[in-house]
Design a protein around this ligand. Structure first.
Ligand SMILES: NC(=O)c1ccc[n+]([C@@H]2O[C@H](COP(=O)([O-])OP(=O)(O)OC[C@H]3O[C@@H](n4cnc5c(N)ncnc54)[C@H](O)[C@@H]3O)[C@@H](O)[C@H]2O)c1
Length: 334
């Protein structure tokens, strides 16, 4: 199948494109390179432009009338930037996506797989969240994802649009051939910070928040190897009609995680075990807006997608470390 991948020059989009290819499909990339990297596109079919450039969207589908579905990943993502500049986030992630969806319906190409986020969930005492649990978006970025979910559900009820909404937990690592990965010069997420300390690019790792109501006081997340996440998209595309038939609805939401919660201290332990040495740790207060966290209940992803994770936390950490050594060659910077 030919699949339009918006944001296909980004971290998850490029790796998902590769997973599609490995499963025998053909990705068609649409990316403005707002943040994504041209080198991640490789020799794939590529249109550089904006998701709300409707002339361009029409041209893409004129050139490729055999595109069967769209994986919509294009978005602005740094949460702190969304707090500083909500306009750019609501405009790019919500207003422009709305135009894209309307155009897809008009073109008779209404199948959409959408990248949503576990950051929508309200904190729950058990930390294990199911798709029906209460939501409490804590940033403009998270609100854009919440709004997009609602828009997709409403449009699916009223039009031909059909949507599978994937709520990603915390993707880490690279693809098996280390061709794409995290490209932020200084990744702000926990594993990115640990990798920098291990490589001597930072003096110590700071655990931000040690009095959360978790088993050891530190934040809890569900770290998923990005290759497993990419494979989940392939399943969502291949089973698109079956999934919606099974739920008997024009749209549905599915958690994509491992089903295991890992605290920051546990992540540090796994990291140290893997590299065979301890790293300098300091402890500090939680940053404003830091979520305690959650991990996925994966019943729906298993039942509906027939998909499961194949990689362990240790595999994913090793992949992130290997990418950090490799990315100078790919991107030209460490
Ligand atoms: N990385 C995560 O931890 C995470 C977690 C949950 C959900 N997500 C979602 O997954 C998707 C992919 O995330 P990522 O980490 O690969 O981010 P990324 O920034 O690497 O990729 C996003 C891509 O979208 C492109 N883009 C942005 N606005 C565009 C526009 N208007 N038109 C065309 N292209 C545009 C960017 O150039 C970039 O290549 C996003 O929707 C993100 O919100 C990511």
């Amino acid at each position: 199948m030919k699949i339009l991948v918006t944001g296909g020059a980004g971290y998850i989009g490029s790796i998902t494109s590769k997973a599609l290819e490995e499963a025998g499909h053909t990705p068609v990339i649409l990316d403005s390179l707002l943040t994504g990297k041209r080198v991640f596109v490789k020799d794939r079919i590529f249109y550089q432009g904006d998701i709300a450039d409707l002339q361009l969207i029409r041209r893409v589908f004129k050139d490729h009338p055999d595109i069967k579905a769209t994986i919509h990943m294009a978005a602005r993502i740094p949460v702190n930037e969304s707090v500083e500049n909500p306009y750019a986030y609501y405009r790019n992630n919500v207003a422009k996506s709305l135009e894209l969806f309307n155009e897809l319906v008009g073109l008779g190409k209404p199948k959409v797989v959408f990248s949503s986020s576990a950051s929508l969930y309200a904190t729950k005492a058990s930390f294990e969240v199911t798709e029906g649990d209460p939501l409490e978006p804590a940033s403009p970025y998270a609100w854009t994802k919440r709004m997009m979910e609602q828009i997709l559900q409403d449009m699916a009820s009223a039009t031909e649009l059909r949507a599978i909404i994937l709520r990603y937990f915390n993707p880490i690592g690279s693809d098996p051939d280390l061709e794409s990965g995290i490209y932020a010069k200084e990744p702000s997420h926990v594993l990115g910070q640990l990798v920098m300390v291990a490589r001597g690019e930072k003096r110590s790792f700071t655990i931000t928040g040690t009095d959360h109501p978790t088993r050891d006081g530190t934040g809890i997340r569900d770290y998923i190897h990005v290759w497993d996440l990419a494979r989940a998209h392939v399943r969502a595309i291949e089973r698109f009609d079956e999934v919606l038939a099974a739920v008997d609805a024009p749209s549905t939401i599915i958690n994509i995680g491992t089903g295991s919660g890992v605290t920051v201290r546990e992540l540090v332990d796994s990291f140290e075990t893997l590299i065979g040495r301890q790293i300098p740790i300091t402890e500090g207060p939680a940053r404003p807006g830091d979520a305690v966290g959650a991990f996925a209940n994966v019943d729906r992803s298993r039942a509906l997608l027939g998909w499961n994770t194949e990689f362990t936390l240790s595999d994913a950490i090793a992949s992130a470390l290997a990418w950090a050594s490799r990315r100078q060659d790919v991107l030209g910077y460490e």
